[in-house]
Design a protein around this ligand. Structure first.
Ligand SMILES: [Zn+2]
Ligand SMILES: [Zn+2]
Length: 169
């Protein structure tokens, strides 16, 4: 994703919209590898504030993930908005803006910048559905599809007594 801000950076108050649709390579995150199932759609509205370029962005894509309970693979939609500041290198030392993205030339790549936002928006755990029953810890059966023979056998007897009390038996 390359942007060219040659015009934009020379006119205070000017703004421009950039649209991208690009296929990204798999994302490596610790031991996990996430495959993008759809192109990364990015919309950027960039405004020259006089000091820097203020960026309002929207991103959407789909990644393949595994449910942390039943391990099933399913598509997880990514969709979020973000804000960035792009700062020309000649101003970066004056301000010491650490959060800003520093650019040197009129044309630059924003892939890294975009991936940083994606990383922030990927949850630690995924669930295929709110009420996923997960796998049986004893036989490994997918409890969403089948009820295995272990079901019911693993109730702690002390808990059983408690449940009777609760029902007033
Ligand atoms: Zn699941
Ligand atoms: Zn089982």
């Amino acid at each position: 994703m390359k942007v060219n801000v040659a015009q934009l950076r020379r006119t205070e108050g000017a703004s421009a919209r950039f649209l991208f649709s690009e296929t990204f390579p798999p994302l490596q995150l610790g031991n996990e590898e996430y495959f993008f199932q759809a192109p990364m759609e990015v919309q950027l509205d960039v405004t020259n504030t006089g000091k820097s370029l203020l960026v309002k962005g929207k991103l959407s894509s789909v990644i393949n993930v595994n449910c942390s309970r039943c391990l099933k693979e399913f598509p997880f939609p990514l969709a979020f908005e973000f804000e960035d500041e792009w700062l020309p290198i000649e101003f970066s030392e004056l301000d010491e803006e650490e959060s800003a993205f520093i650019f040197e030339k009129d044309e630059f790549c924003i892939d890294e910048c975009v991936m940083e936002h994606v990383l922030v928006h990927i949850p630690m755990k995924f669930m295929c559905s709110e009420d996923c029953k997960g796998l049986c810890p004893k036989c490994g059966a997918d409890r969403n599809k089948e009820s295995c023979v272990c079901a019911g056998a693993d109730i702690d007897p002390r808990l059983e007594i408690l449940s009777k009390w609760n029902k007033g038996v």
